[in-house]
Design a protein around this ligand. Structure first.
Ligand code: GLU
Length: 429
């Protein structure tokens, strides 16, 4: 077992599966399959830099609260650290460290010149006003000013953050260094150098990977029954694009519960309904309420967990009836659940492939910014699709060649690429 003693981690919660242990198990399995040298495995199992800052913030009522803000830089062998910043009450340093590691393999698998990083603040953003969120975001970034930059570490949105937070972060960084630096973050608003297509990118990537997996079975998206856990940036976009492609979206959910319709939900109408009802979807006409637990167990062709980690675990995996499970969230299946589904012949499309569309368009945004040439949406989508489809085929080929699961295939490709670069660069001094 890999020693993680170098990271000053908080104690693992006995009630939860530790995301970092899980990420390390995937790395170890890939290293074993690749016959990776133990020294390389040791290097890759530790983040290069872990930063925790305190964020003092004045709340609207005049009180001062001090929050923790993490940024974990896992590996920059292939290029600058890249990865989102998460605002969620369940954020821990363990989780951020695990997600930073996943970003390293994701970028390497997709062939984009980045390493992996991730940041997070353990808050429920819904409990803060816009002004408070702005002060939190600005202070967090100013505390990290020496650790980030367009060729050092490039944050992006993740759960609980969006283009709005990226704009505040870009502005804070720029004001501190004395000039505008659009390339310091991606997922920015269009007005300051964001890319067309970025907002829908993760959902679009999910749609593309599901479409390719169905095509391999001689099927198309038309008429396919899909259940989606989550209706946020990723789940909502995936629902919309799958619906446009003719799939029947039989259920979607938010943290507050889900809705089901045997004949399929009218997704454009649901988007309007959710916007009018403060993101609540329960009560949507011609649908019935369904719990998140029951949504995961629906008879359907494709199940897309697009919310939190560890949603499908040992206790509920036997209820899953889908033939394809696409991990739109990061780590929505535990290792045991994943193995159990694969054992039953279910196709599990792993997160580092299925949800890579976001970071791919982040890369395209960064490239456009660095070259001062901006593309139309059609070009962004085309370039992204090309990278996603190529990566999908590399994973399928690797899985067939080595007779391993798609997850292990994806990990061996990602880990293998980084290990090769590390070997070629050599160890300093
Ligand atoms: N947060 C997203 C992810 O987990 C996007 C990261 C990025 O664009 O850098 O992949």
């Amino acid at each position: 077992m890999i020693s993680k003693s170098l990271i000053p981690l908080e104690p693992a919660s006995p009630a939860h599966i530790c995301p970092l242990d899980q990420a390390c198990s995937y790395l170890e399995a890939a290293a074993k399959e690749l016959n990776l040298n133990q020294g390389l495995l040791e290097i890759l199992s530790h983040p290069r830099k872990v930063v925790t800052v305190s964020i003092p913030v004045k709340l609207d009522d005049g009180e001062i609260q001090v929050l923790a803000g993490h940024r974990v830089q896992h590996c920059d062998v292939l290029g600058p650290y890249k990865g989102g910043i998460r605002y969620h009450q369940a954020v821990t340093l363990r989780e951020v460290s695990a997600l930073a590691m996943l970003m390293t393999w994701k970028c390497a698998l997709l062939g984009i010149p980045y390493g992996g990083g991730k940041g997070g603040i353990p808050i429920d953003p819904k409990r803060y006003s816009i002004g408070e969120l702005e002060r939190i975001s600005r202070r967090y970034i100013s505390e990290l000013i020496k650790d980030i930059g367009p060729s050092v570490d490039i944050p992006a949105p993740d759960m609980g953050t969006s283009a709005r937070e990226m704009a505040w972060m870009m502005d804070t960084y720029s004001v501190n260094v004395g000039h505008a630096v659009p390339g310091v973050v991606t997922g920015k608003p269009l007005s300051i150098g964001g890319s067309l297509g970025r907002e829908m990118a993760t959902g679009r990537g999910v749609m593309i990977i599901v479409r390719e997996a169905l095509a391999d079975q001689g099927k198309s998206l038309a008429g396919v029954r899909v259940a989606i856990q989550g209706f946020g940036n990723v789940g909502g976009a995936a629902a919309e694009l799958l619906y446009e492609a003719g799939a029947k979206i039989i259920a979607v959910s938010t943290g507050a519960g889900g809705i089901f319709s045997e004949v399929g939900l009218d997704i454009p109408a649901l988007k309007i309904y959710a916007a009018e009802n403060h993101k609540s979807i329960v009560g949507f006409p011609q649908s019935v309420a369904i719990s998140n637990a029951d949504l995961l167990a629906l008879p359907c062709d494709v199940l897309i967990p697009a919310a939190l980690e560890n949603q499908i675990a040992e206790e509920n995996v036997n209820r899953v009836q889908a033939q394809i499970v696409a991990e739109a969230a990061n780590g929505p299946l535990t290792l045991e659940a994943s193995l159990s589904l694969e054992g039953r012949g279910v196709i599990v499309l792993p997160d580092i492939l299925a949800n890579a569309g976001g970071v791919v368009v982040s890369y395209l945004e960064w490239v456009q910014g660095l070259s001062y040439v901006f593309w139309d949406e059609e070009r962004v989508n085309r370039e992204m699709e090309h990278l996603m489809v190529q990566a999908y085929h590399r994973v399928i080929q690797q899985s067939k060649k080595r007779q391993i699961s798609l997850r292990l295939a994806a990990y061996t490709l990602g880990v293998g690429r980084v290990a090769q670069a590390l070997t070629d660069r050599g160890l300093y001094p």
